[in-house]
Design a protein around this ligand. Structure first.
Ligand code: SME
Length: 159
């Protein structure tokens, strides 16, 4: 059963990730339902960091379809190669966007979003979805977020 999370504030980004990641690992321990785990990861990250939007899109046929998330309502379907999410899928790599207005083809699900990081979920060499995090602040995300969010994805994908 889930316990309340211990949320650390007023510490560095690294320390906040180092506090929340073991808790995410514990939260997912013994639960094999992928959607349930995606939902709890989105909730835990939202609770720790207070980001504007955090959630998952999952590859279904030839599109990304909205999965578990926390934040305002969002676009439901994204084509391969479109926007930051579709580009991360097409290129199977993490994309950090310091200013969404500078990213050609950025899909504005919410006009308040200013910066973004999208990481692919890769299983057996195939992208099965992406983790998307949006902020109302410019240049919110960097390599530190990439490093730790990759760890979160590794926990989710059990490797
Ligand atoms: N901005 C994303 C679309 C998803 S929403 O931000 C939740 C993109 O360009 O792919």
């Amino acid at each position: 059963m889930a316990e309340d999370l211990v949320i650390t504030r007023d510490t560095s980004k690294e320390e906040q990730y180092q506090s929340i990641i073991p808790q995410i690992e514990a939260l997912l321990q013994g639960e094999t339902d992928f959607i349930a785990n995606l939902a709890n990861v989105a909730a835990a990250l939202k609770e720790q960091f207070g980001w504007f939007w955090v959630g998952f899109y999952l590859v279904k046929h030839d599109e990304l379809v909205l999965g578990p998330f926390q934040g305002p309502v969002a676009c439901t379907r994204i084509s391969k190669g479109k926007g930051v999410c579709g580009t991360s899928w097409a290129e199977a790599r993490t994309i950090i966007v310091p200013d969404v207005d500078e990213f050609p083809g950025h899909i504005a699900c919410a006009s308040a979003s200013r910066s973004e990081i999208v990481l692919p979920l890769i299983v057996d060499g195939k992208v099965i979805g992406v983790l998307d995090v949006d902020s109302e602040v410019l240049s919110k995300f960097d390599e530190t977020d990439q490093l730790y969010l990759e760890q979160v994805i590794a926990i989710l994908l059990n490797r």
